[in-house]
Design a protein around this ligand. Structure first.
Ligand code: CP
Length: 323
């Protein structure tokens, strides 16, 4: 396994410069177009199978939390590009018996080329694993950010609208790790207007706003409120996420009452008749979104899910420098 000092980690979207962010999104969209899917966003005919750009690569997939989409996306994407895959469940590594994160990163870096990990914990641990220069580390969800979800979402928007530039997006729901990544990603595109409506006490971390303001593209605007008054009209996208990320509950016993007004309903969608509805899934119909909206004609949530695989392929290729 090469040690050429060019190892590329993806632990936060903040790790990517604007050009790299766009390149990965465009590459993911190209994979989707070539594969001919998803049906409602791909505009061209399928043009064959992907090349074996990851032949000889070994990818470790370590998920300490549940996952249907992200784990499968990276596994299937790696296999389709010719890589080998080793999967670790939550109890498999000696981390569980007290081996240090530093030692774990050092050991795995001698055997893996890429480690895709979901911890849903503080991202510091992933940064420790990344203290070596042979194995790329990819954050498949930490407590503060879900960067590969945002890359898949930006890929979906690119396929749907042709460009992310200038899009108007309304996010309704918790300021969770998906919202954090979406904010970090969308604000890097010129002219994007992102309006967030988050329940009181469940907004974006101030650091996310600070970072977005510092790195915003020309004309990009991020605004957050904690009520549903004065919802923006004529947005291109309405986006929400599950209220209990990875199934975890909240310390506040009354949290459901606080969240209840933030359901995306047909009434919310009616304010923006041209908008598509996006959801990172999994969904709870009747909580963050009504069944009518999620299963209705404006929803592209299941396209997002499929695009996670094409986007994962682009992420892995970027990590390995193979495109
Ligand atoms: N959206 C998402 O991350 O889905 P999974 O939790 O199923 O991976």
């Amino acid at each position: 396994m090469a040690n050429d000092g060019s190892t590329r980690h993806l632990i936060s979207l903040d790790d990517l410069d604007d050009g790299t962010l766009r390149d990965i999104v465009e590459r993911g969209a190209a994979h989707a177009r070539r594969a001919g899917g998803p049906a409602s966003t791909a505009s061209s005919r399928p043009a064959g199978t992907p090349g074996a750009t990851l032949a000889g690569t070994v990818v470790g997939i370590y998920f300490r939390r549940t996952s249907t989409r992200t784990r499968t996306a990276f596994t299937s994407g790696a296999l389709r590009l010719g890589a080998g895959v080793i999967a670790y469940g939550p109890g498999d590594l000696q981390l569980n018996t007290g081996e240090s994160s530093d030692d774990t990163g050092r050991v795995l870096s001698g055997m893996l080329d890429v480690l895709v990990a979901r911890t849903a914990d503080d991202p510091t641990e992933m940064r420790v694993w990344a203290r070596q220069h042979r194995m790329a580390v990819v954050n498949a969800m930490s407590a503060d950010e879900h960067p590969t979800q945002a890359l898949a979402d930006l890929t979906t928007l690119t396929l749907r609208f042709g460009s992310v530039d200038g899009l108007r997006v309304l996010y309704v729901g918790e300021g969770n790790n998906t919202a954090s990544a979406l904010t970090r990603g969308l604000s890097r595109y010129p002219g994007v207007h992102l309006e967030l409506r988050t329940p009181p006490g469940y907004g974006l971390a101030p650091e996310v706003h600070r970072r977005a303001a510092a790195t915003a593209a020309r004309g990009a605007v991020v605004r957050e409120r904690h009520d549903l008054a004065e919802l923006p009209k004529d947005v291109d996208v309405v986006y929400t996420t599950r209220w209990q990320t990875t199934g975890t509950s909240k310390p506040d016993a009354d949290w459901r009452e606080v969240f209840a007004p933030f359901q995306v309903t047909a009434e919310v969608m009616a304010l923006a008749p041209r908008a598509v509805f996006m959801h990172d899934l999994p969904a709870h119909r009747g909580e963050e979104v009504s069944a009518e909206v999620l299963d209705g004609p404006t929803a592209i949530a299941f396209d997002q899910a499929e695009n996670k695989m094409y986007s994962a392929m682009a992420v892995l290729e970027w990590c390995r420098g193979t495109y």
